[in-house]
Design a protein. Structure first.
Length: 91
């Protein structure tokens, strides 16, 4: 299994917009991606950053998802970090 780990910077005052975009668009898209296993989305309490970990069956599927990550114009977020990792342990 491989994971796509992403950190986004949320524009000041746009936390609610970011959460709405996440729930309406991002999560359904990621869940529909080939090889999707599970995902977790996190946000800092001050609303400045968001983090996600999405697990995929194969490295190729994770890399395809990672390479397709681009916020739409006018998005409440910008990508600060995007990396694929091998899952070496899970509890």
């Amino acid at each position: 299994m491989h994971a796509v780990v992403i950190t986004v910077k949320i524009a000041e005052g746009r936390r609610d917009d970011a959460v709405e975009e996440l729930k309406a668009n991002i999560i359904p898209m990621v869940k529909a991606a080939p090889g999707f296993v599970s995902g977790t989305w996190l946000g800092t309490e001050d609303g400045t950053f968001g983090h996600s970990i999405a697990l995929f069956d194969t490295k190729e599927q994770a890399e395809a998802m990672s390479q397709g990550v681009t916020p739409p114009p006018g998005s409440a977020v910008t990508i600060a970090y995007n990396q694929v990792y091998e899952v070496v342990a899970q509890a």
